[in-house]
Design a protein around this ligand. Structure first.
Ligand SMILES: [Fe+2]
Ligand SMILES: [Fe+2]
Length: 204
């Protein structure tokens, strides 16, 4: 599947609220916390892709496209783990994921199987998009050049992922329905971001 996407399309799909610029400065002074949180974001991305595959085996394209993403996300987890080790830092326990928990509240819990599937896909698209945006901030705003490059690579991967979840949704569900629900998710996420305090110890 051609997952290349132009910057124009990216803007159409884009998030409605940019990250507060102060977040990078806060993240910079809590890099151990950020790396731990980041590692678990990658783990959750891999785990969720596995779940999507096992729950939707009849969706051949999804199985085909998400299988390599599992490998990629797990590779990301290992890269972050290696970075922690290099710095003599411990992975530590998973933190409470307020952002994802709040996103889950917007799911149509009593929706049809199609609606629930779409929400699962769009939640993934949203997490990937926001991660991508945060990595972009880090890749531009950190003082350490090595870390700026480190995050640049993650930013590029996640940009491809969020468009993949949208493209796959549109393969199974009417494009108008997907776009409409995506806009609702973007609006919900904007309000969520606005209401959250800026925390330098979390990717989201
Ligand atoms: Fe990743
Ligand atoms: Fe990803």
């Amino acid at each position: 599947m051609n997952n290349e996407i132009s910057f124009d399309v990216k803007n159409i799909l884009g998030l409605k609220l940019p990250t507060d610029p102060r977040w990078v400065n806060l993240a910079e002074i809590q890099l151990e916390e950020i790396l731990t949180d980041h590692a678990y974001c990658e783990q959750k991305a891999a785990t969720t892709c596995i779940t999507l595959i096992t729950k939707n085996p009849e969706k051949e394209l999804l199985v085909q496209e998400l299988s390599p993403i599992v490998t990629e996300e797990w590779g990301h987890f290992r890269q972050v783990l290696a970075e922690l080790k290099k710095r003599n830092l411990k992975l530590g326990r998973q933190r409470k994921d307020i952002y994802v928990n709040k996103l889950l509240q917007f799911q149509k819990k009593d929706g049809s199987p199609t609606e629930r599937f779409l929400d699962q896909m769009l939640i993934m698209a949203l997490i990937e998009a926001r991660s991508c945006e945060r990595f972009k901030r880090l890749s531009e705003g950190l003082d350490d050049e090595y870390m700026r490059r480190f995050y640049r690579k993650f930013m590029e991967s996640e940009a491809g992922h969020y468009t993949l979840f949208i493209t796959l949704s549109e393969h199974y569900i009417d494009k108008t329905v997907v776009r409409k629900r995506w806009q609702q998710w973007l609006s919900y996420e904007k309000e969520l971001m606005k209401s959250e305090e800026i925390r330098g110890d979390r990717i989201h």
